[in-house]
Structure formats: C-alpha cells, structure tokens
Write a protein that binds this ligand. Sequence first.
Ligand SMILES: [Zn+2]
Length: 178
Amino acid sequence: MDTTHSPFLTGALTWLGNGTVPDRCDVCGHEWTMESGEAVDAIAVSAERCAAILADRDGMAAAADGGWNATAYVWHLTDLANSWSERWVQLSHDPGSPLAGWDPDGLAAARNYRNLPTLPALWAFERATTTFVDLSREIDHATPFEHGDWGPGTVADGLCWLAHEYVHHQLDVDARAR
Ligand SMILES: [Zn+2]
C-alpha cells in the first residue's frame, strides 16, 4: 500500500479495489502515481479515441454481461467531465470546498444511458471533455477539496482518478462495441 496517497485517493482506490489499495490497475495498467499534467493529456486525447472506436461500429449493442453498452460508457464519462468541471469552477472560487458525491448507477438509470444514441453521446463527450481539459489547465493542481465520500484531496488527485476513468473506460467502449 502506498501511504503517500491522500485520503481521497486512498478512499477511491479502496472502493475500486474492493477494500485493497493497488499500485496500478491490473486491467488498464494506469499508475496511481501519475503526474497530474500527464493525466490531463491522457484525458485530452480520449474523445477523439472514443469517436474513432465507434466510427463504424454499433455502440448500442447489448453487452454480453448485461452491463452497460459501449455508448453508455461514453455518457458516463461525459457526466463525469461535467460534474468535475463544475467542481473545478467552485474550487477556483473557493479552495477547500466540499464536493458532493453522486451515484453513477443512479444517474445512468435516471438518464436511461442504455437507450441513448451514440451520435449525441460523442458530441456531448467532446464538448464536456474540452471544457474539463481547459479548466484543468487553468486551475492550480495543488488546490484542496473535501470529497463527500472519500475525504480531503487535491485537484492533482482528482485528475489522476479521472485519467483512470477515461483510460479504463476506453477499453470498455472498445470491448463492447460490435
Ligand atoms: Zn484501469
């Protein structure tokens, strides 16, 4: 266990690892010590990559495991980008602000991700990601926050967490598109 992680990142990784804190993701290879500028770069190229993956494939085909289809993951990343953009706007104004947590599965059900089409998903994703990347290049990465579920962290921690969401879910998009 890397004890240098903030409470936020430790909480996030414990949630992801079902109680353990991994050094890197076994599936996508993301390193939890990734530098925050590198994390922003990884996020920045994601919209183009997802668009390329879904260019000539069906993103709405039902997933074999009964989980989200490929396009649903694009909607999830879009909602993550929007949510964290809103958080960066608040933190730019008031560092240390509390960040309210939200339930991704509850949001997916409320928005009906599985039946939302791919074209607007890619449109919304590109816009949301561009906005998030722009804000992430402006804000001081040492800015602190207080996450509702996982406790204190910094913008750098949030970016490392988000970069994993982006990189990992690109694999999900690729695996589930037909
Ligand atoms: Zn991963």
